[in-house]
Design a protein around this ligand. Structure first.
Ligand code: FO1
Length: 306
């Protein structure tokens, strides 16, 4: 049984941890957003790929949800001393990942190749694929700051600015990374992880060919709602849905994915909305979906595969 999981950052990483306890490594393929990627200090940084890597390696900072546990920040303190760009926190150990990735890319290696080298170095043996090896960057249009990159929105401005539109630079010209289409076509189950639909999952769906496969295989596609009780568990998904004229609720999520998913996993707190979801020809699956314990996480993984 092959499971293909469309992933953003933190929420996806948690679900993957549950899935790795339920299926074999060779059955699991994570297809990861790269729209958050950026070049800073001359380094290629891939936050969602690294969040998944560090989380699955049990090395992620549990407090932050990104970066490594037990980080020091000496290098960034030097950058700050010089008045350099210090709004994006790069720990000393995390910098090593970006140094290696950047050097390998300069040598001509594809992002998927380098990602494989990095995840294997952390003892991860299932496939972690960037959705594309090509340039793909999420930009948000804001009323007050004009068009900014995702990380400027998410980190520098603490996503505390209203968004009027989202754009995926490179989506028309990029191609799926090797193995991505094949994984989506042969998977018994395609899972949309509980990541931000607007800025984490949509960039993945914007890569040519991917949305079409989910539309064709809708009956085999299940999404886990990242919205619980009208709120995002982490990050701006609720605000973004509202700012883009959608409901910040499981109904808003169901409509967002309507032509792509056959089932939507919603939290028990939203059980009252199950019939509304069903009206959209989406099978509502009500369960504990807030992954606060390993037991809930594994149970959710089983439900996703159920
Ligand atoms: N998120 C923050 O809120 N503040 C940061 O300073 C920050 C630094 C950072 C460095 C490396 C990395 O892989 C992720 C980092 N993140 C930071 C998270 C990043 O913004 C991700 O894109 C979010 O997790 C959204 O997916």
């Amino acid at each position: 049984m092959t499971i293909a999981v469309l992933c953003g950052g933190v929420g996806a990483a948690r679900l993957l941890r549950g899935l790795t306890q339920v299926v074999k490594d060779e059955e699991l393929v994570a297809i990861v957003n790269v729209g958050d990627d950026m070049t800073l200090h001359g380094l290629h940084i891939s936050p969602d790929l690294d969040t998944i890597t560090y989380t699955l390696a049990n090395a992620v900072s549990t407090k932050r949800g990104w970066g490594l546990e037990g980080e020091t920040w000496q290098a960034m303190e030097m950058v700050s001393r010089y008045g350099g760009e210090d709004w994006f926190g790069l720990g000393d150990r995390d910098l090593g990942t970006h140094l290696y990735r950047t050097q390998r890319l300069i040598q001509g290696a594809h992002l998927a190749t380098v990602t494989g080298e990095i995840v294997r170095a952390w003892g991860i043996n299932f496939a972690v694929l960037p959705v594309t090896n090509d340039h793909l960057r999420t930009h948000v249009m804001t009323a007050t700051e004009g068009e900014i990159t995702f990380q400027e929105y998410f980190v520098r401005l603490h996503h505390d600015v209203a968004v009027t539109a989202v754009r995926f630079e490179g989506s028309e010209t990029c191609s799926p990374a090797p193995g991505v289409i094949e994984a989506l076509e042969k998977a018994e189950r395609i899972v949309i992880a509980p990541s931000n639909p607007v800025v984490s999952i949509d960039p993945v769906l914007a890569v040519p060919g991917i949305r079409e496969i989910l539309q064709e295989r809708r009956a085999s596609v299940v999404a886990v709602s990242p919205i619980v009780g009208g709120r995002a568990l982490k990050g701006p998904a609720d605000r973004l849905l509202r700012e883009l004229g959608r409901e910040s609720s499981v109904i808003g999520v169901a409509r967002w994915y309507q032509d792509l998913i056959g089932s939507l996993i919603i939290d028990t707190i939203d059980h009252g909305l199950a019939s509304e979801v069903a009206k959209l020809d989406i099978d509502p699956v009500v369960t504990e979906s807030v992954m606060t314990t390993p037991e809930i996480t594994v149970a959710l993984a089983r439900t996703v595969l159920g």
